[in-house]
Structure formats: C-alpha cells, structure tokens
Design a protein around this ligand. Structure first.
Ligand code: C2E
Ligand code: MG
Ligand code: MG
Ligand code: MG
Length: 288
C-alpha cells in the first residue's frame, strides 16, 4: 500500500510539473504575440530632485496588457521573457518606444531604462541604441540605463565592457536595487556608475529604524565621496521623504511622489502642474 501511495503522489507531482511547464509554454507563446501585436505598454514613474522638488527623470516600466488577464506587471512575465530569450525583442521594443515617446515631451529630464543580464550580453545592444539615438535625435545625456548587481556577478568583465560602451555613447548608468543581494562595495569602485539607487527595503525602515537611517546616510556619503548621485526608491510617505532629504539623498521616487503612469497621462498632467498651487515640495512639479 505504501508503495502504491508513493506512486500516486509521484504521479500527482509529475502532473503538477507538467501543468506548470504547459502554462509556461503558453505564456511564452502569448508573450511572443504580445510583443508583435501591440499589447505591451510603457509606464513612467517620475524621479524627483530633492533640492528643487522638480522632476529630474522618468523611469520606464513595462506592462503587458493581456487580452484576458488585463494589465500585468513585470514580475508576471519578465522571468519567462528572460528564460526564453524573449527579453531581447521585448527590451528593444521598450527602448525604441520610450525614446520615441520622449521625443514628444518638452523638458530636459532624463529617461531611465532597465536592462537585464541577457540584454547586457547581447552584441546588438550598443549598436542598436546608438542607432536609435541618432534616428530619434534624443541627446544621449538624457538617457540612463539601470542594471542590478546580478549583471556584474554573472558577467563581470562583459558587463563592464557594455557599461563602458554605453557611457561612451554619452548615456549614464545607475546601479539598481542597491543594498539587496550581495552588494559588494567593490562594485562601486570597479564599475563606472553615475548613480546608486537605494533599494526600497531600506527606505521602508528609515522612519522606525536607526540602523536603516545610518545605512542610507552612509550610502549617500559614500556616493558623494565617489562622485556619484543617489536615488532613493519606494518612498511611500512624507516622513520618509523628509528624512531622505536630511540624509543627503539627491533624488527620490515612489508612490508618495507619483505612481507609474501611462505616457498619455504625462504630457497632460505633469507639465500643467508646472506652476500650480502652493509649493509643498512634493506634489507640485516643476521641470528641472
Ligand atoms: P525596478 O527597476 O527596481 O523598478 C521599481 C519597481 O518598484 C517598479 O515595479 C515600481 O512600480 C515599483 N515601485 C515604485 N515606487 C514604489 C513604492 O513606493 N512602493 C512599492 N511597493 N513599489 C514601488 P514594477 O514596475 O513592477 O517593475 C519591477 C521590476 O521589473 C523593475 O524593478 C525592473 O527590474 C523590471 N523591469 C520593469 N520594466 C522593465 C523593462 O522594460 N526592461 C527590463 N529589463 N526590466 C524591467
Ligand atoms: Mg529600475
Ligand atoms: Mg529598483
Ligand atoms: Mg549627495
């Protein structure tokens, strides 16, 4: 009986794996169609300069407007895109469309585009970006690329080579999610980052935890000493924002400042707000 039961459980387990694999393949097929079929959407989240309270940048965040499941966030499809190689066509779609959309907006804010390990490894990445900068006429200085330390762990030298070539184009580089994972300080010394993005795990804790405040303050000082700027991620209330200012962070982003929004919402709203209302330093934006 024990043996039979073991076999049943094994069969069930097998079936579950099978189902998961089928689901994955289905999502992969659908995602391929999504990239070709105009189902991807770009959302933009403002990044605020903490000295002037002006918007200094927008981070580009991809969404998938799935015909049945609605608007999906990256955690629901980027892992599959990364494993299947679809991250490359998806990533080029994001770069091309965000640069094109940027052309429609006034202002001299930056645009920040996320790049994954696979994208950083792709030999076509730098030439394609170079060409897109030429055809769109976007000043390379307005474009920042965000990578996480996983690029440097998995691909140290190749990652460094790609970073250098992107910076040679005139673009800047940010280290995303700093403070998660291993976050070796040697990355800051060995790789030419312009900005460090302090992960929201630290930001969440700064109002309650002396240690979190000390860590954020130390990262800000270290960045200063190394000639880099800091962006605090995931700011969700006024208290956090005030503390981040005090601790010497240069820029901040988060739901308290603004949630990611569709491009169409931006030209209507962001630039109208330019000289509106009293200056509470938070919700009234001025162009940098
Ligand atoms: P990320 O680059 O660290 O982006 C910040 C994430 O934090 C975004 O999640 C954003 O919506 C979320 N966020 C912003 N403010 C707050 C806040 O105040 N509270 C909380 N709880 N969350 C906040 P999202 O859009 O789901 O993106 C997740 C990740 O997917 C990104 O993390 C980035 O690594 C990746 N990603 C997004 N778009 C792209 C893309 O076009 N290409 C690549 N390669 N990766 C992308
Ligand atoms: Mg990012
Ligand atoms: Mg991040
Ligand atoms: Mg500073």
């Amino acid at each position: 009986a024990a043996k039979a039961k073991g076999r049943d459980e094994f069969a069930l387990f097998d079936e579950a794996i099978d189902r998961a694999a089928r689901k994955r393949r289905q999502i992969e097929t659908e995602l391929r169609q999504a990239i070709e079929g105009d189902q991807l959407r770009l959302y933009y989240q403002p990044i605020m300069d903490l000295d002037s309270s002006a918007i200094s940048a927008f981070e580009v965040l991809v969404r998938w407007n799935h015909p049945r499941r609605g608007l999906l966030t990256p955690d629901e499809f980027l892992p599959i895109a990364e494993d299947s190689g679809l991250i490359l066509p998806l990533g080029y779609w994001v770069i091309r469309n965000s640069l094109n959309e940027l052309r429609e907006w006034d202002g001299d804010f930056r645009i920040a585009i996320n790049l994954s390990v696979t994208q950083m490894r792709d030999a076509q990445l730098v030439p394609t970006i170079r060409e897109l900068l030429v055809t769109t006429g976007i000043a390379p200085e307005r474009v920042e690329f965000e990578i996480t330390e996983s690029v440097l762990i998995r691909d140290g030298d190749a990652g460094l080579g790609t970073m250098r070539r992107l910076r040679d184009l005139g673009a800047s580089m940010a280290l995303d999610d700093f403070g998660t994972g291993y976050s070796s300080l040697s990355y800051l010394r060995s790789y030419p980052f312009d900005r460090i993005k302090i992960d929201r795990n630290f930001v969440v804790d700064i109002t309650a935890s002396e240690e979190a405040r000390a860590i954020v303050g130390t990262i800000a000082q270290l960045a200063d000493a190394l000639g880099m700027y800091t962006i605090a991620e995931g700011v969700e209330n006024a208290e956090q924002l005030a503390l981040l200012r005090k601790l010497g962070c240069d820029e901040a982003q988060g739901f308290f400042i603004q949630k990611p929004m569709a491009g169409a919402e931006i030209d209507q709203h962001m630039f109208e707000a330019t000289d509106a209302g009293e200056d509470d330093g938070v919700l009234n934006y001025r162009r940098a």
